[in-house]
Design a protein around this ligand. Structure first.
Ligand SMILES: NC(=O)c1ccc[n+]([C@@H]2O[C@H](COP(=O)([O-])OP(=O)(O)OC[C@H]3O[C@@H](n4cnc5c(N)ncnc54)[C@H](O)[C@@H]3O)[C@@H](O)[C@H]2O)c1
Length: 353
């Protein structure tokens, strides 16, 4: 039986990866220490998701390891020699990073290096998929001329009609400390591919979402926005008139791409992974979709000050992924994704997982 090692297995992406690969016959080993609850407080707790995996998956083993624990990570990878590694554990919020710079860098950059080196020593042939982020581009996308439409911003430069490509600069822009620690990890993952010829891949995520996100104000905007709508809490918009655009991808489509990569890996690959233009929306547009599903008005306040380094308009150019992996495409539309998030929050409010 093939084995998969997933870091951040109790998180949004990690848990979806566990479920997806388990359905495809893998034995799953998950690493997670519920650090999300340390980063974000009880609202970010992911133990419920850990329990869900333990109860639902026939071949799942949880490892309570901190990825900053170099010896612990090395020992586990040497022992398991997994057929593939998917690395999703991270401090994922750019706003939070400024308050906890050492925890952020040690987790995102140091933790990734620990895993890469463990892979090189323990299973150099196994595909290594790393969840990177579109924040590696810093705020450079904000330099693209924009058109202001009724409910959203869009690129006015036709060169970006399909979105942001992987060749876009990651240099000389404001990233937030989170973006900078993720750049370090991203470049290191590429380097282990190029220098050591390990089958590594960086996926520079747009907004990754889905029903299993423990969305909080500082991370997981769609999940948090839906939660606010359902409980009647004010959602706070930070600048850009609420017309800032994000491309949203369901976590299952993310996991499916990872499986495609693991079947036909390349060394040092980089892809922008988001919902693309078709699954993009502004905050104002997201309000409309959620309201149409729940029948409840979205309460919100607006503040003129945008988040530091926040993108005004971002959607991923998916053409490289589709060219390299023609069997992969987005299968879950934005309204369907939001509908699933609505149902998930309702279920959790009733005490179910
Ligand atoms: N969700 C998004 O919109 C988005 C967008 C772009 C990139 N990403 C990236 O995708 C990855 C996964 O994101 P997510 O939304 O699933 O995050 P998440 O916070 O839901 O999951 C991350 C998991 O990692 C665990 N973790 C954190 N630090 C750890 C440590 N030191 N040791 C062990 N476990 C630890 C957390 O407890 C959590 O369960 C991250 O690398 C993130 O930067 C996410």
């Amino acid at each position: 039986m093939k084995t998969l090692l997933v870091t951040g297995s109790s998180g949004l992406i990690g848990s979806e990866v566990c479920l997806y690969f388990s359905r495809n016959g893998y034995r799953i080993h998950g690493i997670d220490n519920n650090q999300r609850a340390v980063f974000f407080g009880p609202q970010g707790d992911t133990r419920w998701n850990q329990q869900r995996l333990i109860s639902q998956l026939p071949h799942f083993e949880h490892h309570e390891i901190d990825i900053r624990d170099r010896q612990g990570v090395l020992a586990l990878v040497r022992e398991l020699q997994p057929s593939a590694i998917v690395h999703t554990a991270a401090q994922p919020s750019h706003d939070r990073a400024a308050a906890i710079p050492f925890d952020d860098f040690d987790t995102n950059a140091g933790g990734t290096l620990n895993l890469l080196e463990a892979a090189r020593q323990g299973c150099p042939e196994s595909p290594f998929v790393h969840m990177s982020t579109n924040k590696v581009y810093g705020d450079a996308p904000n330099r693209i001329p924009l058109a202001e439409l009724h409910t959203r911003w869009d690129y006015a430069d036709p060169a970006y009609a399909h979105g942001i490509p992987e060749t876009f600069t990651i240099d000389q822009s404001k990233h937030s400390l989170f973006g900078a620690s993720k750049v370090a990890a991203d470049v290191m993952v590429q380097e282990y591919g190029r220098y050591f010829n390990l089958p590594t891949c960086c996926l520079r995520g747009g907004c990754l979402t889905g029903p299993n996100h423990s969305g909080v104000e500082l991370h997981g905007f769609l999940s948090y926005l839906v939660k606010c709508n359902l409980i009647g809490r004010e959602y706070k918009i930070f600048g850009y008139k609420g017309k800032q655009v994000r491309d949203n991808i369901h976590s299952e489509d993310v996991a499916r791409f990872m499986a495609n990569f693991c079947e036909a890996p390349r060394a040092g690959a980089v892809y922008n992974l988001g919902g693309g233009k078709a699954n993009s929306c502004s905050i104002l547009e997201a309000f409309q979709i959620v309201e149409s599903l729940t029948g409840k008005p979205q309460e919100y306040v607006y503040t003129d000050e945008n988040r530091a380094g926040d993108h005004i308009c971002y959607y991923s150019d998916l053409r490289k992924m589709k060219a390299d992996y023609p069997n992969w495409d987005i299968t879950i539309s934005l309204p369907d994704t939001i509908a699933q998030i609505v149902e998930a929050w309702k279920t959790r409010a009733q005490g179910g997982a």
